[in-house]
Write a protein that binds this ligand. Structure first.
Ligand SMILES: NC(=O)c1ccc[n+]([C@@H]2O[C@H](COP(=O)([O-])OP(=O)(O)OC[C@H]3O[C@@H](n4cnc5c(N)ncnc54)[C@H](O)[C@@H]3O)[C@@H](O)[C@H]2O)c1
Ligand SMILES: O=c1ccn([C@@H]2O[C@H](COP(=O)(O)OP(=O)(O)O[C@H]3O[C@H](CO)[C@@H](O)[C@H](O)[C@H]3O)[C@@H](O)[C@H]2O)c(=O)[nH]1
Length: 530
């Protein structure tokens, strides 16, 4: 096979953007184009106000995109079709969200955007092309792609499909891409399939050690991504299930996780009890796996994985019930300060955030909810509550947004910590996570800016249009220039109603310290030790 000259990433989202940028940075001789149907998103990628908040990403993008220190080899464009024509390798990185209607609604992944991208490649490619599944897809997706490519592809054009799932986590995307635990490449075990896998491995080989690049058969690779997320989510649900036992017995789930995690067979990571996991992947992918088992007539397996999600839902509502019962059974008219709305720290992403469920339940109790998050904007919070079934009149009536933690907590009965942003923690040392080393704060003028029609409007299929219309850019990023200062809890105590409660859904609070200030503290996974 001739050397790779041009690579295309379809989907300039949380995966396509950072993955394309790092691949371009590490392969200066390869032209890397990241394409999307959303003009707004592409415009943001072409500016210094990137569309996603990801520590360390801007310098990587700028180096490959701006031709200041080296020739430009990273391009962001809406010219999906033209870019496909030039590409030797096309990575599909489009969204595969859970279906909201039809058969499998609420469980199966919606593969419309993925299929649409496959059809577009089939229709446009004019030379032999390697197509890489980077989106998370059900096992055997490559078989469906093969049929589409065979039916639509131009005569004489050969396609080779590879599975190369992405394992990055938001908030640490750059570090994860620079130093991945492993790169997984699945291919058909044919001479041409193995050759294609080798071509892709060589691209990664420019920065990933050979021993970290794992080649498997294509079905194993597709399934391994779902398996990895299911196993990670299962650990969180397991520790969260234990957190309920701890609260009822006086044990401390932090001590349980530490003691258990010292066993090298168990390990310590992903055992942080919380108000529940969020993010665009865990729930979706566990449900995807469970639905696959259902369709394979394996109901016991389906029920097993379903229970991981069920515990997560229960954990969220259990936490809110604890707030209500501790506050004497009524929240009516009480101001509740919510600290954090993103699904985890160091991201502005709110998809599936535990905060959505908790705030929704607080609204149902007629509490006056005031939310502060260092990165998530009001528009984003409003939209998230709206699409998750809150009536906007209720949101307007019961929810307000504060620009700082003090306005948020002023005259409140309780502070509820729902995201583990460092500024909320009063612990001496915040546990370190793998970070990209820098923390540039990106800004963007409007979170849900209008999507202008693009030149390729006429060429869009109905699925493409629906992808663009339904796609929520989740680009609500505030303009903050420095890491915010730690919350002064003494000051918070002074401005709150009495008794002053803190509910810690993230275990970032040293309860002893706050109790000495006079707070009543309730923490996930910790009951009365006496
Ligand atoms: N977010 C993560 O951290 C993460 C990590 C690993 C894997 N994944 C998986 O990667 C995939 C993408 O996730 P994401 O979070 O980047 O999604 P995203 O929603 O942030 O981005 C997807 C992008 O694809 C674009 N798109 C959709 N259809 C298109 C088409 N036909 N042509 C061009 N562009 C199109 C959308 O406009 C959007 O900008 C999903 O399958 C997800 O499960 C996500
Ligand atoms: O011990 C833990 C670890 C995480 N969480 C929560 O779990 C969710 C997911 O966290 P994390 O896994 O760090 O972030 P994601 O960005 O969702 O990344 C997951 O999902 C991605 C998309 O598939 C995968 O690529 C990653 O490998 C996988 O970690 C967040 O709400 C966290 O607060 C906990 O409650 N306890």
């Amino acid at each position: 096979m001739s050397p790779v000259k041009s690579v295309c990433f379809i989907g300039a989202g949380f995966v396509g953007g950072p993955s394309g940028a790092v691949l371009a940075l590490k392969n200066p001789d390869v032209e890397v184009s990241v394409v999307d149907l959303s003009d707004t998103r592409i415009a943001a990628w072409n500016s210094d106000a990137l569309p996603i908040y990801e520590p360390g990403l801007l310098p990587v993008v700028k180096e490959a995109r701006d031709a200041e220190v080296r020739p430009q080899n990273l391009f962001f464009t809406t010219d999906v079709r033209g870019t496909i024509k030039r590409a030797d390798i096309v990575f599909i990185c489009v969204n595969t969200p859970t279906k909201t209607a039809g058969i499998g609604a609420g469980k199966a992944p919606n593969m419309a955007y993925f299929e649409s991208a496959t059809r577009m490649i089939a229709a446009e490619a004019e030379k032999d092309t390697i197509i890489v599944e980077k989106s998370t897809v059900p096992c055997r997706t490559a078989a469906n792609m093969r049929e589409i490519l065979k039916a639509i592809g131009k005569p004489g054009v050969n396609f080779e499909i590879l599975s190369n799932p992405e394992f990055l986590a938001e908030g640490t995307a750059v570090a994860d891409l620079m130093r991945p635990d492993r790169i997984l490449i699945g291919s058909m075990q044919t001479p041409s399939g193995l050759e294609a896998a080798e071509v892709l491995a060589n691209l990664y080989g420019s920065w990933v050690p050979k021993e970290n690049i794992l080649k498997t058969n294509i079905w194993s690779s597709e399934l391994a991504k779902l398996a990895a997320n299911a196993l990670l989510a299962q650990r969180i649900s397991s520790i969260n299930a234990l957190s309920a036992i701890c609260e009822a017995t006086g044990a401390d789930v932090g001590e349980i996780a530490y003691a258990a995690g010292l066993d090298s067979r168990i390990g310590s990571r992903m055992l942080q009890a919380s108000v529940g996991f969020g993010g665009s992947c865990f729930r979706k992918d566990v449900l995807n796996l469970s639905y696959m088992a259902e369709t394979l007539h394996l109901p016991e397996v389906a029920a097993y994985w379903q229970s991981v999600v069920a515990i997560n839902e229960w954990q969220k509502s259990r936490f809110t019930k604890r707030i209500i019962s501790t506050l004497y059974g009524t929240l009516t008219g009480k101001k509740i300060a919510v600290y954090g709305f993103s699904y985890k720290k160091n991201t502005a992403d709110t998809r599936e955030s535990a905060a959505i469920s908790v705030v929704k339940d607080l609204i149902a109790e007629q509490a006056k909810v005031c939310i502060y998050d260092p990165q998530v904007t009001k528009a984003q919070i409003w939209e998230e509550l709206d699409i998750n079934g809150c009536h906007l009149e209720d949101v307007e009536k019961y929810v307000s947004i504060a620009q700082n933690p003090y306005d948020c907590a002023s005259e409140s009965h309780a502070v509820v910590v729902l995201t583990e942003w460092d500024e909320f923690s009063n612990k001496d040392v915040v546990p370190a996570k793998k970070t990209a080393g820098e923390n540039p704060q990106q800004l963007l003028p409007s979170p849900v800016a209008s999507e202008h029609s693009s030149d390729n409007e006429m060429e869009m299929t109905p699925a493409d249009k629906s992808a663009r219309e339904r796609y929520n850019p989740r680009i609500a990023i505030k303009h903050t220039e420095a890491q915010n200062a730690k919350v002064d809890w003494e000051q918070i105590f002074d401005i709150m109603e009495r008794p002053a409660f803190v509910f810690d859904g993230r275990r970032v609070i040293d309860a002893g310290k706050l109790q000495r200030l006079g707070f009543h503290v309730e923490c996930i996974g910790r009951g009365n030790p006496f």
